[in-house]
Design a protein around this ligand. Structure first.
Ligand code: HEC
Length: 158
């Protein structure tokens, strides 16, 4: 009887040590997670800015494959904001851009340049509407006059 009790107590104290060790490991992993690099809202936006620009030159050159690629890159960055920038209340406003993205997607599917231009204008206006809604009205997006780089062709590949 005494022996059984001793075994029981020994087992309990062993378990206590294990729990402490596990907690220390969890704390250390949490610390690592908290300090892991993740891009900020502004970095995602700067990438969206480049794809927004390229999208215009893709669509106006009837390069529908590239246009499709660029609108998907914008969509991915918007998804990333929702996943990685949950600490920013502005992330909750992202959904307001969905109808404009759908509209651009539809124009690309139809390979319709005039529909593309009007959807692109709607997209650009929605970017600015969200900037106004999130007190970033000083970030004004426009229809681009030049591509962002000189080393990419926007003509469709024959
Ligand atoms: C959720 C609403 C929202 C939508 C939709 C949105 N933005 Fe933004 N944008 C922001 C916020 C908030 C910032 C400020 C980010 C920061 O804190 O650095 C920003 C910043 C920017 C910047 C400045 C980045 C910099 O650091 O210089 C650009 C450029 C930009 N957005 C482009 C766009 C474009 C292009 C679109 C549309 C395709 C768009 N944004 C759609 C909220 C939005």
């Amino acid at each position: 009887m005494v022996l059984t009790t001793l075994f029981f107590l020994a087992a309990c104290s062993q378990q206590g040590n294990n729990t402490q060790q596990l907690q220390a490991q969890i704390d250390s992993l949490q610390h690592k997670l908290d300090n892991t690099y993740k891009p900020g809202f502004g970095e995602f936006m700067s990438s969206i800015q480049v794809h927004h620009n390229k999208l215009w030159f893709a669509g106006t050159n009837n390069n529908w494959k590239l246009a499709d690629f660029e609108i998907n890159e914008i969509q991915e960055a918007l998804n990333d904001i929702q996943q990685f920038n949950t600490d920013r209340p502005e992330a909750r406003a992202i959904g307001m851009i969905n109808p404009a993205i759908d509209s651009v997607n539809n124009a690309i599917k139809q390979q319709n340049k005039s529909l593309f231009k009007s959807s692109y204008t709607l997209l650009t206006n929605t970017c600015n509407n969200c900037h106004k809604a999130t007190e970033h009205e000083f970030n004004v997006v426009t229809i681009p006059s030049h591509p962002p780089t000189s080393n990419q062709s926007f003509k469709p590949v024959q």
